[in-house]
Design a protein around this ligand. Structure first.
Ligand code: GDP
Ligand code: MG
Length: 362
């Protein structure tokens, strides 16, 4: 039994214990192959178009990569997927931490998958680049949705700038749609300008609130109220129901004071409980009313075209900045000129002019 000459691998650590026969040679080969091989752009896009979530995740990782050599491959995957995207509704959800976004998305997402929809959840949260996405930490709140075959959850991309994070999310939307997801939910906690960024990539914008002490409108940014197509007062359960109804009235009144939207839609207010699921279906009904209206009056289409051209400009702006600041000779000259400007030896405008001339090779 004991073979003192047996080759010592990790699986032969204990004398007399041999590698179990149950590990088949072919599965070892399979795993080694997987590890060795980086999938090609075609393999990734084929996988995505076949509804393969692993290929989708790998492609999104490629998009998020800061390695310049990945950029070309990522662009190739996006280009192949693009003609298959667009067939979806894109919903933005915002609200302060603790309002119940994750719990709501779990309940809402399950409601949609139970009706045969395929739901992808993405996040724009520039503050979470260090913790690698709020959704990841929240996955416990989305326990059921995470396990759901018809759902896909992806934490926020990391990045230094909101522009970068937002662009990656926008590209991820395209890939999710090509992968067959018909409802895309983009969550944001609304740090900095992230609400505006999310608003510019979705068809419908939902603001989640909870009933407070009767001063609902305090501390709420006017811009966010203006963006909202629907305000949902969450946690309308137990003792909270009455307060939630009062808050609904107050928000309704406030919303009517805003000028009419170009979409022709009058923003609505509803109540729900992400815990008891009361009102979750109403939210979905309201969204469908909105989609019917805006598809009929062609606002839906024209808004998407507008968003596309907006993202063209945004992407150029972002890449120009990146390329400029990342070029070593520019970085060096910038730090020299900064000192000169600080010491009043040069005006900021002259310094900027010199740097730009150098960059554009004049
Ligand atoms: N009673 C009640 N509690 C809720 C509801 N929705 C969320 N919560 C609770 O509120 C807390 C924050 O929820 P979470 O989904 O993590 O909020 P997020 O930070 O906006 O993602 C959790 O303890 C939830 O269980 C609701 O509809 N009713
Ligand atoms: Mg959350």
């Amino acid at each position: 039994m004991n073979n003192p000459k047996a080759h010592k691998t990790a699986l032969h650590e204990k004398e007399g214990v041999n590698q179990p026969e149950s590990i088949s040679k072919s599965s070892i080969e399979h795993i080694t192959n997987l590890r060795r091989k980086q999938p090609s752009a075609k393999e990734l896009s084929d996988g995505i178009l076949n509804g393969d979530k692993i290929a989708l995740s790998r492609a999104i990782t490629l998009i998020e990569s800061t390695n310049p050599s990945h950029l070309e491959k990522a662009n190739e995957v996006i280009a192949t997927c693009l003609p298959h995207a667009n067939k979806s509704v894109r919903i933005g959800i915002t609200g302060v931490p603790g309002v119940g976004k994750s719990t709501f998305i779990e309940a809402f997402g399950k409601h949609l998958t139970s009706q045969g929809h395929k739901v992808a959840v993405l996040a724009v949260d520039p503050s979470s680049s260090l913790s690698h996405g709020s959704i990841l930490g929240d996955k416990t709140r989305m326990e059921e949705l995470v396990k759901d075959e018809n759902a896909y959850i992806r934490p926020s991309a990391s990045g230094d700038t909101l522009g970068g994070v937002a662009r990656k999310t926008r590209e991820a939307i395209i890939l999710c749609e090509a992968c067959g997801f018909d409802t895309i939910i983009i969550e944001t906690v609304g740090v900095g300008q992230s609400e505006t960024a999310v608003h510019s990539m979705v068809d419908f914008f939902l603001l989640l609130k909870i009933a407070g002490a009767g001063d609902e409108l305090q501390g709420i940014k006017r811009g966010i109220m203006e963006m909202a197509d629907l305000i949902v007062i969450n946690k309308a359960d137990g003792d909270n129901i009455k307060k939630a109804k009062l808050a609904k009235t107050e928000f309704n009144r406030a919303l009517h004071l805003f000028p009419a939207k170009t979409s022709g839609w009058q923003p609505k207010v509803s109540t729900c409980s992400a815990v008891t699921h009361d009102g979750i279906d109403d939210v979905w009904q309201i969204m469908n009313e909105y989609f019917s209206l805006t598809k009929e009056n062609s606002y839906f289409e024209s808004r998407r075209s507008e968003q596309n051209s907006h993202w063209l400009t945004e992407t150029i702006n972002e890449q120009l900045k990146n390329r400029f600041y990342n070029r070593p000779d520019i970085a060096e000259l910038l730090s020299q000129n900064k000192k000169a400007v600080q010491n009043n030896e040069m005006s900021p405008f002259a310094a900027a002019h010199i740097l730009l001339e150098k960059y554009f090779g004049k």
